[in-house]
Every structure is written in C-alpha cells, then in structure tokens.
Design a protein around this ligand. Structure first.
Ligand SMILES: *Cc1c(COP(=O)(O)O)cnc(C)c1O
Length: 469
C-alpha cells in the first residue's frame, strides 16, 4: 500500500516509512492511496472471532507486504494479550438498543492502549528488521504518556522519553509513567506547563542535528498506524451486534478526531455504519464547524474530560483531504489560513459531505453530571466524563433514529482514572482494577528538569541506551 500526504508535497511512502515518520515532511498527514474494502460475508465472519484475529484481517490490507500476516498475528496477540478482558473491547448493554463499547481494559485504562500497544510492537519489529533504532519523545497532559511508556517498555530498539508538567498530572497518571522499571523508558517532569512540554518536543524535532543524532520519532495521534489500529473495534462491535445485516451507529468522544476518523474509514471499507456522532465537551469546535461551515479556534476551556480539551483537531485534516476529493492544494491553503487567522471556511463540497458523514453534539458541565447520574440510576452502570459526553451526544443526535439500529457509545477511559470527578458526581470513589494493585506502592523513577531545551536534549542523549547512525 502506498501513502500520500494531505498536503501533496511529501514523498509517497510505504507503511513502514509512514509508521516511523509520523508527520509528513510537508507538514501534512499520511493517508493510504486507496481504501481497501470488505464484502458483506467477510464482515459477517468477524462475529465471535478473537479480537486479535479480526485485527489482522482489518490491518493487513493497509500494511501490504511490509509485515507478513504471521508477524502481524504475533504482534496483535501479544498487544491484546496485555488487556484485562478476554474480549479486549467488550460491549455492555445499557438500554434496549444502546450499548457501551468498553475500550478501557488496556494496561493504562485508556482507549489509547488499543492503538499504542500494537504501534509499539510494529515499530520495534520494523526497526529490528532494518537494524535501526529510534528515540521517541512526547509531551503529555496525562493519558498519552502512560500509554506510550506502557507500550514501549522493554522494546529492544526504541527509547522513550515523556515530558509532563511537574505537579500537574494526577497521581495515577504520574505513576503509570514513573513505575515501569525498564531502562528504555524515561519520565521527565518539566518545571513548566503542558504547553511548555509540547513546545520543547516541537523544538527538539526542529533541531535537525539533534533529531538525526538520536533518530527522533513520534507516536502522537497523527501517526497513521494509530488510526489503523482503531478501525478494528468498529468492525468487532458492529459484527457482534449483527452487521452487516443490522445497521449500527457510533457516538465517539472526540478530541483530535483520530478515533472517529477510524470509524469513518471503517465505513469506507464497507461497514454499514448508519451515523457517526462527534461527541464534544464545551470545547465544541467540531459541532460548530458542522453547524456553520467555519472551522474557528477559540480559547481552550478546562473541563472534567481533559483529553477532549483541545481546539485543533489534528486528524480533521485527513477528513478535509478526503471529503474535498483529495484536494491537497486546498488543504494547504486552509491550514495556512488556520495558522494566520485561526479559522477557515469549509468549501461547499466539504460542508455538504460533512453533513452527510457526521452528526455532532456537545455536552456542557451540567449535561455531564446529569448523564453520569442518569446512566447510574437507569442501568447501574458508571461512565466517566469523556464517555458521558458520548452518551449525551447519542441522546441528542440519535433521538429520532430508527429503533432497529443499534447505538454504540465508545467508552474511552475507565472511571477509576477520574476518581475525584466520579466522587463529586455520584458520592462514590471508583476503585482501580485489582491488576493495578501495585501501581500506588511501586517505587517511582523520574527526572525533574528545567524548562530548558539544552538541558532536556542533553538528558535524552545521555540516557538513550545506544544510538547508532
Ligand atoms: C484521547 C482521548 C479522547 C479523544 O480521542 P481522539 O482520537 O483524540 O479524538 C477521548 N477520550 C479519552 C479518555 C482520551 O484519552
């Protein structure tokens, strides 16, 4: 499979190079040159199969000859063997036609594990094959850092450094980054904010000499391999509910637009998805865009669903490219406008397509509280704040939907990751799953560094185990 950049000026790459590159050299995002499709019989055959097997079926067409089926099968079995539920992403019914797709049974209790666990194995495998090494540097406001460290701990050919703002992540989030003892993972508390951490990562990528010396690589949500790995659970869930004979709608708590874009791809591949609902919190740039046709940044507001507190949905660029008929020049102009003026208008074609491809709704603070309480009292089921936004958006957007269509809300985190909010809303503090018992007592290891590029770069170079050219 060949991959093209949304901005049309980067070289065409194969899956392996896209995996290692992350962002395209022209600043764009990579997409496959064409969409593989599945016949209805094939989709039906996914029902009841192990998650890791369906993952191979779904992912293999995207990797082509880069990774053989056998190697891919080994990686998916290992990646999903690390999950705390045999079904990997089980469905829980909370109403006649409403289901919760639990994506939080991975090692860090966040849906990011689904993609990161596989991405790490793919990267290590490709580097092993090529005799190369990589240094991954990322910034986190909480969830992504732990998922990355968990996924890469013990990888033979990769060193991982995660920058987090000192004192500004929760104890659970910090401990997920600081307790793994493996020598290739490093948590760095930066004396600064999350924005400082992010700026430091950007600066390291822009320091080309450093970047080449340490073979810098990224695993943030614009990495195509992360999207691919998320397509699997749309097929698994829909097939379990009777697809392709029965139609299914999904409501997706959305931040960077990666998760819901994976759903959009599943639909392109032939999965009969009726509606895809963009669920936002008060940071509602996408619902506003759907409403007005203008993509317009505002100030980020802090909410109880912090992983959705963003104003630029990076992966939306992939949708703009696709919905415009792959108009790379148009995408480039819009991204320039966004940088200059913090806004751009969708062209008519994209605005019309978006109205057909997505529904959207946002949840305010009061909606989140009332949704958590209502689901608890009606279904004795506890949803955390991100998932509550998904339930609320499904209520709003799917209200008139044909009752034969199954409604699936993606649960993107475990309630125990947000114990304070949950206690506030329900009076009860959810416990961490038993398998995480050691987390709160294991010894921690992390560096505390000044918000200074030279200091951080020196730390990375000293601690990356063995850097070869
Ligand atoms: C990352 C994240 C999201 C948003 O997913 P995107 O792919 O960025 O849209 C939603 N909920 C939780 C808990 C997350 O960690």
């Amino acid at each position: 499979m060949e991959y093209v950049s949304t901005r049309g000026e980067a070289p065409i790459l194969d899956f392996e190079d896209v995996l290692l590159a992350g962002l395209a050299r022209d600043g764009g995002l990579y997409l496959p040159a064409r969409w593989p499709t599945f016949e209805p019989d094939k989709i039906a055959s996914f029902a009841g199969r192990p998650f890791a097997d369906v993952a191979v079926e779904v992912i293999h067409p995207f990797v082509g000859n880069s990774l053989g089926r056998e190697a891919l099968g080994e990686m998916t079995r290992e990646a999903y063997g690390s999950f705390g539920h045999k079904a990997v992403t089980p469905l829980v019914q909370i109403d006649t036609n409403r289901f919760i797709l639990e994506l939080f049974h991975g090692p860090t209790l966040a849906f990011k594990d689904v993609a990161m666990q596989l991405l790490a194995r793919m990267m290590d495998h490709v580097l092993q094959k090529r005799g190369g090494r990589a240094t991954i540097v990322g910034a986190t406001s909480g969830d992504t850092g732990g998922a990355a460290i968990e996924a890469f701990r013990g990888a033979s050919n990769v060193d991982v450094f995660v920058l987090f703002p000192e004192g500004r992540v929760s104890d659970v989030q910090r401990r997920m980054m600081t307790t793994p003892p493996e020598a290739n993972v490093h948590a760095i508390a930066v004396r600064g904010t999350f924005d400082d951490c992010q700026a430091q990562v950007k600066a390291m990528f822009n320091n080309h000499a450093f970047r080449d010396r340490v073979q810098l690589s990224g695993v943030n949500s614009i990495n195509w391999a992360r999207i691919v790995a998320q397509i699997t659970y749309y097929f698994v869930a829909a097939a379990a509910l009777g697809a392709p004979h029965r139609r299914v709608s999904f409501s997706v708590p959305t931040g960077n637009f990666g998760d819901i874009f994976a759903g959009y791809v599943a639909k392109k591949m032939g999965l009969p998805i009726e509606h895809l609902v963009i669920a936002s919190n008060e940071n509602d740039i996408l619902p506003r865009t759907l409403d007005t046709g203008a993509y317009e940044m505002r100030e980020v507001m802090a909410t109880t669903s912090p992983s959705m507190d963003i104003q630029i949905s990076s992966n939306f660029e992939r949708y703009l490219f696709e919905a415009s008929g792959r108009d790379a020049d148009g995408v480039r102009r819009q991204m320039d406008a966004l940088k200059q003026a913090r806004r751009f208008d969708l062209n008519k074609k994209v605005a019309a397509a978006m109205g057909g491809d997505f529904l959207a709704a946002s949840a305010g603070a009061a909606d989140v509280v009332s949704t958590v309480r209502r689901v608890m009292s009606e279904a004795q089921y506890l949803v955390e704040p991100h998932t509550a936004c998904g339930v609320h958006a499904a209520d709003q957007a799917l209200a008139g939907q044909d009752r034969d269509i199954a409604e699936v809300v993606l649960a993107t985190a475990h309630p125990a990751k947000f114990p304070d909010a949950m206690e506030d809303f329900t009076g009860q503090r959810p416990a961490l799953p038993k398998r995480l018992d050691a987390l709160m007592s294991d010894p921690e290891r992390f560096a505390v560094l000044d918000n200074d590029q030279a200091v951080i770069e020196a730390f990375v170079e000293e601690n990356a185990r063995k850097i070869t050219g």
